[in-house]
Design a protein around this ligand. Structure first.
Ligand SMILES: [Zn+2]
Length: 434
């Protein structure tokens, strides 16, 4: 077998294996960074930026595997072109950056195919994430001593959080990330689906769930739970932005305030992500999740833009898409009339946006508008599931209570511990049927 045939075969085997695995990213913060380490790390990110910008300045001639051997690149400065030595950037990392350019180009191409206007790849003024393609080559983890080693840097950094990585996880690529709060290693691991599912099933509910994504109550579940959260920009952020506006652009003080703003943003983003994680870890206990295929991006453009961003509903949809590789998640077409239809008898009527209660003139159902919608979404989701797995759909359907809005008390109580840290107060479990 030739070398290229061997590589092809290995890739095929990996692809086959990945069908039974799911990716999970573990974040490790680099500790004990000395002043000289900091200089090395800064240099690494700087060289990565130079290399990236060098490649995209002339994609046709530079996007090839010859570039990964470069020891020097030419960059544009206010004084014209100047040469820069690549001292710390390893060839595997350069290869990873070349691949990133290729991926970015493909993404642009896809947008173009949709008929949207796109420009070229932009030069980067700040490079924050360095791809580390192969475990064992671009980076190594020493589990016994809690250390990581990155190609091109002599120092082995101490890291926190290695214990989160399960023993039989397959460690794949990683990213070295620069954040306002420090440097991190994001390690991509592959876990066996079967084992992850076994853990989920230990505490799985018997009933499926339908979710209505709303503006006021972020998630309305058929269990009657309304999960809402709101993490606005902080007062501190607003204050810092005002201070920044008074500073001279580019001055030492300006940069100092700017760094503080970036740090504050990181803090807000972390909080939002944390809540999303908690919501997802609760939702994955349902044997089926039915949710509207909402295009949150189109909301952004509209009047609700700010609020949607503050809550991160878009993030939830994206994470449900990931979850769909593990447990049944059915996305229901967003053009289905889920609001106008009575979830008990199917009668259709027009409902104004101001009408918060759905009252059916035919069967007499009186129910919260969003909850009615959630029930319709669940029904559509069950129909979609039935096309793939009729037995499962039937079983889940029969587990549902006859009375809409009624949930077994045991199941409702079970939801509380998931939100133990901070979110519990935001979950309303009051009676939803009016
Ligand atoms: Zn009805």
């Amino acid at each position: 077998m030739t070398k290229s045939e061997k590589i092809k075969q290995a890739l095929k085997q990996t692809k086959e294996k990945r069908k039974f695995q799911i990716p999970k990213v573990f974040q490790l913060k680099l500790q004990n960074i000395s002043k000289s380490d900091l200089r090395t790390l800064e240099r690494l990110f700087l060289e990565a930026k130079w290399f990236y910008n060098y490649v995209i300045a002339d994609i046709e001639n530079r996007l090839n595997n010859k570039s990964e051997k470069l020891k020097e690149v030419e960059i544009k400065t206010p004084n014209g072109f100047e040469k820069r030595k690549l001292k710390t950037l390893g060839s595997q990392i350069k290869q990873g950056i070349i691949e990133r350019v290729r991926n970015n180009l493909n993404a642009l191409e896809k947008v173009k195919e949709k008929g949207l206007k796109v420009g070229k790849l932009n030069f980067k003024s700040d490079f924050r994430s360095i791809p580390l393609k192969q475990y064992g080559i671009t980076y190594k983890i020493d589990f016994k001593r809690n250390r990581v080693k990155v190609q091109g840097i002599k120092k082995k950094f101490r890291v926190l959080g290695l214990h989160q990585i399960p023993e039989n996880a397959e460690i794949a690529n990683a990213y070295l990330i620069k954040k306002p709060s420090g440097y991190y290693l994001y390690v991509v691991c592959y876990l066996w689906k079967e084992e992850v599912l076994k853990e989920i099933k230990k505490e799985q509910f018997s009933i499926p769930v339908g979710i209505d994504l709303g503006i006021k109550d972020q998630l309305i579940l058929t269990t009657g739970e309304k999960i809402r959260w709101y993490i606005p920009e902080t007062e501190r952020l607003k204050r810092l932005q005002k201070i920044l506006a008074r500073k001279k652009k580019g001055s030492k003080n300006y940069l100092k305030v700017k760094r503080l703003i970036q740090k504050e943003w990181e803090h807000i983003r972390n909080k939002r992500r944390d809540i999303q994680s908690k919501v997802i870890s609760y939702l994955k206990r349902f044997p089926l999740i039915a949710v509207q295929n909402d295009d949150v991006k189109s909301w952004h453009a509209g009047m609700f833009g700010g609020q949607v961003q503050n809550t991160g509903v878009g993030g939830i949809t994206a994470r449900l898409r990931c979850l769909a590789t593990l447990i049944p998640v059915e996305f229901v077409d967003r053009y289905e009339p889920t609001t106008q239809r009575c979830s008990r008898c199917g009668f259709k009527q027009r409902l104004d946006l101001s009408q918060r209660v759905f009252e059916c003139p035919k069967c007499g159902l009186k129910i919260d508008r969003d909850l009615n919608s959630a029930w319709n979404i669940l029904e559509l989701g069950l129909k979609k599931l039935a096309q793939r797995d009729k037995a499962l759909a039937d079983r889940l359907k029969s587990a549902l209570p006859v009375d809409r809005g009624e949930v077994k008390p045991g199941e409702r109580e079970a939801s509380a511990p998931c939100f133990a840290h901070g979110v519990s107060s935001l979950v309303e479990t009051g009676s939803p049927s009016l």
